[in-house]
Design a protein around this ligand. Sequence first.
Ligand code: RNT
Ligand code: ZN
Length: 410
Amino acid sequence: MMTRYDYAKEKYAQIGVDTDKAMEILKNVNISMHCWQGDDVTGFDHDGPLTGGIQATGNYPGKATTPEELMSDMDLALKMIPGKHKINLHASYAIFEDGKFADRDSLKPEHFKRWVDYAKERGIGIDFNPTYFSHPMVKDGLTLSSPDDDVRSFWINHGKACIKIAEYFAEETGYPCVMNIWIPDGYKDIPADRLGPRRRFMESLDEILSVEYDKSKVYVALESKVFGIGLESYTVGSAEFTMNYAASRGILSLMDNGHYHPTEVVSDKISSLLLFSDKLALHVTRPVRWDSDHVVLFDDETKEIAKEIVRNNALDRVFIALDYFDASINRVAAWVIGMRNLQKALLFALLQPAETMRKFQENGNMTELMIMQEELKFYPFSDVWEEFCKVNGVPSGDEWYKEIKSAERS
Ligand code: RNT
Ligand code: ZN
């Protein structure tokens, strides 16, 4: 008897799409799962509030409060996500054994040894982020662009320390480490000087990057932003700043799809970046009316981003990470939903007859292109997804939630 998958396979084969091949490719795409969804971006190195113009809202019970809890929550999530992935850490998730605290400017690889052990036991890589927020040395909302020499040098030292930690991650795990720099710096109201802070940011970054590191193991990225809460009028690390900086210094641009004006889309930016740089990095999120960092869904823009990566043959040039923090629903489920949705979007993209569609466009046959695009929405995509889950040993449908629900921390 034909299974649903057999039927889907045949249906896709009729338009020249090989479903087995698509699943094989998807299996090897790793997505970087952000640790900060598990504890509302809190970390283990401070008691203060989340600052930097970002916010996690909601008070669903069961937030992880210790490294053990966070690690076991991440394990539970990873168990429900097909394939092998990476984890993405922030410097604020340093683990201080025996109460031996180190401030951000003096963090050492040893403060991340437990994370390395975690990754090695699971055979996965680690990406990293210096943490330029939630700290008393963020003065007047400024870090690397501050006019105060002490503030700037504290944060420059933080950046340098993080490069060394990123290198340690790469060396220990055997996987390259993407180290993404994002600073919240900006002003709530109209500044008198827009150039000065940006010049200081540029010089601070140059100093951080003067540290020697192995460029085949550590990929430094720079993330732009449009505005933050309380920092609405001016953002030092704007899109123009970060893209020009990254291009001129040979580091990666990181685009977060919550960091643009609401009608601007990252999916349209990817091809331009790919023409001018070898690699780029993404934070995939879901901005609802603003940079709200909602859980990633299987929605149009996520699909469009995935299509751009797949169609441009760039799965090995784009580092994909998730970035959202929803405290209003089960946090483990939030990870699973977002990771699986991104995978679904990639699979959806892999199941398109890209060449046929490109020819329609080149021949000016936009009518047939539209028909094809619409038809594809009704192809038996879900049967291929189910099969993908099955062959990768994870529950399909919403089955996965049962175990997570029963593991809920009271
Ligand atoms: C903030 C940026 C940044 C953070 C994380 C926690 O707007 O998106 O990437 O969300 O580093
Ligand atoms: Zn981001």
